[in-house]
Design a protein around this ligand. Structure first.
Ligand SMILES: Nc1ncnc2c1ncn2[C@@H]1O[C@H](COP(=O)(O)OP(=O)(O)O)[C@@H](O)[C@H]1O
Ligand SMILES: [Mg+2]
Length: 471
């Protein structure tokens, strides 16, 4: 627990009020038993409530004899009642029995509180030699000798010795009480600190939950905002693209060269903006797993041909050669063709974009068999693919600028671009790869990359022939 919190602990230390809660009864009984064995002294310990905590005694022959006669029994009962009534407050009280025997009633004090009393006795003061009148008058003449002998069996102790024995007993009792008190305090403190830790944990938990709820709310807001704004932007953008296209194609009347140039720029920038908005929407949907795949049977060879065709115009502008490399007879895939093309166009588009003039971009597809439990890739862009089956691996290889080792682990993050400076050379906003990766994963597949700066990069897309589950 942090130090600052220590003072906040509310230690509810229990008050020392009850002997029965403080004392360890078995230790107490043991001590009393050993006193009895040593001195023949009966000991009874009472709590303040009147509860008898220990009772070590032996019925004395004289008591047994007296209990057989009605007067003797009455006298005994009276004595017991008298002793029970004795409640010493600060010092030992002495009760003299009609037999001449003596009881000491010692108060038990602990931590400024009286917690109970000890009754020591009966015993005969060593000083007494004759039977007292009060006893003689209760027994017939012929029983005197028998009673006298019985009385002689009672332990004889000098009063002063008894006071010392009592003090000794009190000391031992003090130790037992102290040990009990200490363990009570320890357990109270332990309880208090556990209670405090629990309280702290509960508080932290609550604030984490609150932060989490708030984040979730914000995330939902962001997502709703993106969806609405994108939708609202797309509608007017469609008109901008459509009308500028009409202008370029001369449907609205003849334009001069410069006007056509302006309209054409409006058209191409409009298309770019539309692609950007579509990407943002896609990412949003993918992050919230709201994209559903339209699975169809797809011929990898046909897909490769389509991709080549799509990127050919841009490649041609830079004198880049595009080489398809796809053997006949590849197994068909079960995939969403629109999404699959989106992935490959992203990868192939990057290859053309990041390859200097007159380079080469090669797009290939091949059949791969994964052994059970084989993780498909290790390294960048890792995903563990469901084991056992055949897969198709597409590879897009370029002879471009390559990617430095340190950047490899980031390129699949949304909005990450190696060159993100304001004077950057390449267009784009850094969403293509993160979308491609998420779409590949939605198919149960994965993307990885190998690259060497100034030599080129190869992006691999591995797709199982059948997605393990439909997202
Ligand atoms: N074939 C490649 N060659 C070199 N760098 C690449 C290649 N493909 C991707 N990159 C790097 O990864 C970054 C992220 O790519 P992407 O997510 O497609 O974003 P964008 O194309 O919009 O910049 C790119 O900005 C680029 O720095
Ligand atoms: Mg890109």
């Amino acid at each position: 627990m942090a130090e600052g919190n220590v003072k906040r602990i509310e230690l509810m230390l229990s008050e020392v009020t009850k002997l029965e809660e403080l004392i360890d009864r078995s230790s107490l009984s043991e001590v009393c038993r050993s006193f009895f064995d040593l001195f023949g002294l009966s000991i009874r310990v009472y709590a303040k409530s009147g509860a008898l905590l220990t009772d070590v005694h032996e019925e004395r022959s004289v008591c047994r004899y007296l209990n057989q006669t009605p007067r003797g029994r009455a006298a005994c009962v009276h004595t017991v009642a008298e002793i029970q009534k004795i409640n010493p407050s600060d010092k030992t009280l002495v009760h003299r029995c009609f037999t001449g025997a003596i009881y000491h009633v010692v108060p038990i004090w602990y931590s400024d509180r009286q917690l109970g009393r000890i009754i020591l006795g009966p015993f005969l003061p060593a000083e007494i030699s004759e039977m007292p009148e009060s006893l003689l008058e209760l027994i017939p003449e012929d029983a005197r000798e028998q009673v006298g002998n019985a009385l002689a069996e009672m332990p004889r102790v000098r009063e002063a010795t008894l006071v010392r024995i009592a003090a000794h007993f009190r000391n031992i009792l003090d130790l037992i009480l102290f040990a009990g008190h200490r363990s009570q305090l320890m357990s109270d403190m332990h309880l208090a600190s556990v209670r405090e830790s629990y309280k702290e944990l509960a508080e932290r938990n609550a604030s984490l939950q609150e932060a989490y709820d708030r984040l979730k709310e914000l995330d939902q807001l962001k997502s709703d905002f993106l969806a609405t704004v994108s939708h609202e932007l797309r509608t007017p953008l469609t008109s901008i693209i459509g009308y500028s296209e009409m202008l370029v194609s001369g449907i609205g009347g003849d334009l001069n060269e410069q006007q056509r140039g302006f309209a054409s720029t409006i058209h191409s920038k409009g298309e770019l903006l539309l692609a950007l908005i579509t990407n943002l929407l896609d990412l949003n949907k993918l992050e919230h797993e709201k994209i559903s795949l339209n699975l169809r049977t797809v011929d990898p060879q046909a897909i490769v041909a389509e991709i080549v065709e799509t990127i050919l115009p841009d490649a041609a502008k830079k004198g880049i050669r595009v080489e398809p490399d796809c053997p006949d007879g590849l197994h068909y895939l079960n995939a969403d063709p629109v999404r699959l093309k989106q992935i490959l166009i992203n990868l192939a588009g990057n290859a053309v974009k990041f390859t200097p003039d007159n380079g080469v971009v090669r797009i290939s597809a091949s059949s791969v068999t994964l052994s059970p439990n084989e993780s498909s890739f290790d390294g960048i862009g890792v995903a563990v693919m469901a084991a056992t089956e055949r897969a198709i691996e597409f590879a897009i290889r370029d002879t471009g600028i390559g990617i430095a080792r340190d950047d490899l682990e980031n390129i699949f993050d949304a909005f990450f671009q190696v060159d993100s400076g304001s004077t950057r050379e390449y267009s784009g906003i850094g969403l293509g790869l993160s979308i491609a990766k998420k779409l590949a994963e939605a198919h149960g597949g994965a993307i990885r990359v190998e690259s060497e700066p100034n030599v080129g990069s190869t992006f691999y897309l591995l797709l199982p022939e059948r997605p393990p589950q439909t997202v």
